[in-house]
Write a protein that binds this ligand. Structure first.
Ligand code: ZN
Ligand code: ZN
Length: 146
């Protein structure tokens, strides 16, 4: 009986009530943090931030879980970064005017092979060492036949 009394006393004790309050405060903080996290994450991904934070507030945990499932995969910064990368590549192509036919990476017109995928692009003239197209039968620089 002593143990049962002890347990009953424990659940009725101010200490236990204090723990309950702590747990509740913790849950409220967790709930608000989830909504806040959802807001920031949705904003960074270009999703409807206000809408999703309200969903996370109305449905604690579940709203957040639903958001995790349906949120856009890419962050806005990543998308922008990738676009910048593509634009830089296009600019590089525009400058040199040539791309490797195998890997589409920019190469210069004098390259004998692609530095990225090692595809043979040109052949060197045995006489004057100019870069010649593979299907040329004569060197236009020194007239050596190939
Ligand atoms: Zn290549
Ligand atoms: Zn030549």
């Amino acid at each position: 009986m002593d143990t049962i009394n002890g347990i009953v006393n424990f659940f009725g004790s101010p200490f236990f009530r204090f723990i309950l309050v702590l747990v509740r405060v913790f849950l409220v903080i967790l709930w608000i943090s989830m909504a806040y996290w959802t807001y920031r994450d949705a904003k960074s991904r270009g999703a409807m931030a206000a809408y999703w934070s309200i969903v996370a507030l109305i449905f604690p945990v579940f709203g957040w879980l639903i958001y995790l499932v349906v949120r856009p995969h890419e962050r806005l910064e990543d998308t922008q970064e990738r676009e910048l990368e593509i634009r830089a590549k296009q600019a590089a192509l525009a400058c040199s005017g040539t791309v490797c036919p195998a890997c589409m990476k920019p190469v210069e017109s004098e390259f004998l092979l692609c530095p990225y995928c090692l595809k043979r692009l040109k052949k060197a003239c045995p006489e004057c060492q100019h870069a010649l197209r593979l299907n040329w039968t004569i060197c236009p620089y020194c007239q050596t036949s190939q």
